[in-house]
Design a protein around this ligand. Structure first.
Ligand SMILES: NC(=O)c1ccc[n+]([C@@H]2O[C@H](COP(=O)([O-])OP(=O)(O)OC[C@H]3O[C@@H](n4cnc5c(N)ncnc54)[C@H](O)[C@@H]3O)[C@@H](O)[C@H]2O)c1
Length: 426
């Protein structure tokens, strides 16, 4: 079988997550790498034995040997790059967010359709095995009717790191960057499109120009509520705090990604099912025996690339389509509209927004509200003084008797740091 010759356009952070995976995909050959800056492309070519280095989508388009391209440039360039590539017949795996505007999302769908090429969206959270297990649990009916999903995605980048993400031209901040993953995942899990959105966004960091904190409440089809919360101002044990709680009429499911960086982690999230009474069941996915097994079983990027190769080989619809990418971006755009107008916004939402004006206004508002007393430090290791913890024990279950020591709330309890013995003051 002829291998699919693939090129990777954009040699930044996300390219590092794709590059090591190709050796596990026999259907594909990584034939070229491209970036407007030659240095990272040349470096990657050397490390991964990639035969061709290019500096633009145009150069890849002119290479008749290339069948498909992963477009991993900043989102405001996705449409122009994809147009150039699709017009010469290259199949596209497009990184999220699909584009910086809903208008560009539609233009991407159109240009791929007109040229008969596949368009798969890189919503890789659908390909994480733990998330696939969650879908299987929901589809099994074990949770009953899902009426609410809470989704928390905080990323510990409290400092300014100077990437395209911190520029107004990108068309959005954390919500544009991470929202598409979250909206798409919940929609896929539950089969429920979002029909109305209410949101608030904030620029907390004094030097940021677009939002670093967002809260979205979404009314999904079938009466389900989605609660989405994301921020970059986060100090945590992990870099990436990725957490979900799915509420159903028969059970509640918690999905806790405890790893430093769940996006590329091969470990299972903690998946815990809570049913009536005291029923609790751990439903984590299994670990592979060898590193190769682990990649092939549990790497989202492996499964995503496999799905992409399959849709090209079998001429089938991609598992994540352009319409999926566009719906996710409509949710982002509607959230901005809601945050700036103070109104609930109905979907589909296709209005073109002026991000420059929106974020300038937001900056003025939030500098007044938050700017004066908010200092963000990246200094490590400063000692902090806190008072003793207030210990709240779980209340008794209905069939249990109240036990003062087990269930009481001891606001005067103190914790002996060495012996870890609890001393209760009556
Ligand atoms: N799925 C995920 O988990 C995930 C993770 C990170 C980033 N992403 C997405 O991948 C895309 C890139 O993000 P990143 O973090 O790698 O960004 P980055 O800033 O680290 O890298 C972007 C690279 O693209 C290059 N570039 C910019 N314009 C270009 C052009 N017109 N032609 C060729 N190269 C160009 C830059 O020189 C840079 O090397 C974004 O859409 C982002 O949302 C997805």
């Amino acid at each position: 079988m002829k291998k699919i010759k693939i090129a990777l356009l954009g040699c930044g952070a996300v390219s590092e997550l794709y590059l090591p995976i190709f050796k596990h995909i026999p259907e594909m050959e990584l034939a070229a790498i491209a970036d407007i800056n030659k240095e990272p492309a040349a470096e990657a070519a050397k490390r991964y034995f990639i035969p061709k280095i290019y500096m633009s989508a145009k150069e890849i388009a002119q290479d008749d040997e290339i069948d498909a391209v992963i477009v991993a440039t900043p989102p405001q360039f996705h449409y122009e790059n994809i147009k150039t590539l699709a017009e010469t017949g290259k199949h596209i795996l497009c990184e999220k967010p699909m584009a910086h505007t809903v208008e560009d999302c539609q233009r991407i769908i159109d240009v791929c359709n007109e040229n008969g090429v596949k368009l798969q969206l890189a919503h890789m959270k659908r390909f994480m095995r733990g998330n696939q297990k969650v879908k299987a649990i929901i589809d099994s009916g074990a949770l009953g009717k899902v009426f609410m999903v809470e989704c928390q995605w905080d990323v510990a980048v409290p400092q300014i790191v100077g990437t395209y993400r911190e520029k107004v031209t990108t068309g959005g901040g954390v919500l544009q960057d991470h929202g598409p993953h979250a909206f798409d995942l919940v929609r896929w899990w539950t089969g429920n499109d979002i029909k109305e959105i209410s949101a608030t966004v904030k620029i907390v960091h004094p030097d940021r120009v677009n939002e670093d904190t967002a809260v979205v409440t979404a009314e999904h089809e079938n009466g389900m509520t989605g609660f989405y919360h994301m921020t970059r101002i986060f100090f945590g044990r992990e870099y990436d705090h990725d957490y979900y709680k799915i509420y159903g009429s028969k059970g509640t499911l918690e999905v806790i990604n405890e790893h430093h960086f769940p996006t590329m982690s091969l470990e299972s999230p903690k998946i815990v099912f809570y049913g009536p009474g005291d029923y609790v069941k751990n439903m984590d996915v299994l670990h592979g025996w060898s590193l190769d097994d682990q990649v092939m079983q549990n790497s989202a990027f492996y499964s995503e690339l496999k799905a992409f190769s399959e849709c090209i080989i079998n001429n089938t619809e991609p598992r994540v389509t352009g319409e999926d990418g566009k719906h996710a971006m409509e949710c982002v755009a509607a959230s901005y509209e809601s945050a700036f107008t103070g109104k609930k916004i109905k979907l589909p939402f296709t209005k073109t927004q002026n991000f420059g004006n929106l974020f300038t206004e937001l900056k003025i508002r939030d500098s007044k509200n938050l700017g004066n007393d908010y200092v963000i430090g990246s200094k490590q290791g400063e000692e902090i003084q806190v008072s003793d913890p207030v210990l709240a024990y779980r209340p008794p279950r209905t069939h249990e008797k109240w036990d003062e020591n087990k269930n009481g709330m001891h606001d005067t309890a103190s914790c002996d740091g060495i012996q870890r013995k609890l001393k209760f003051k009556k």
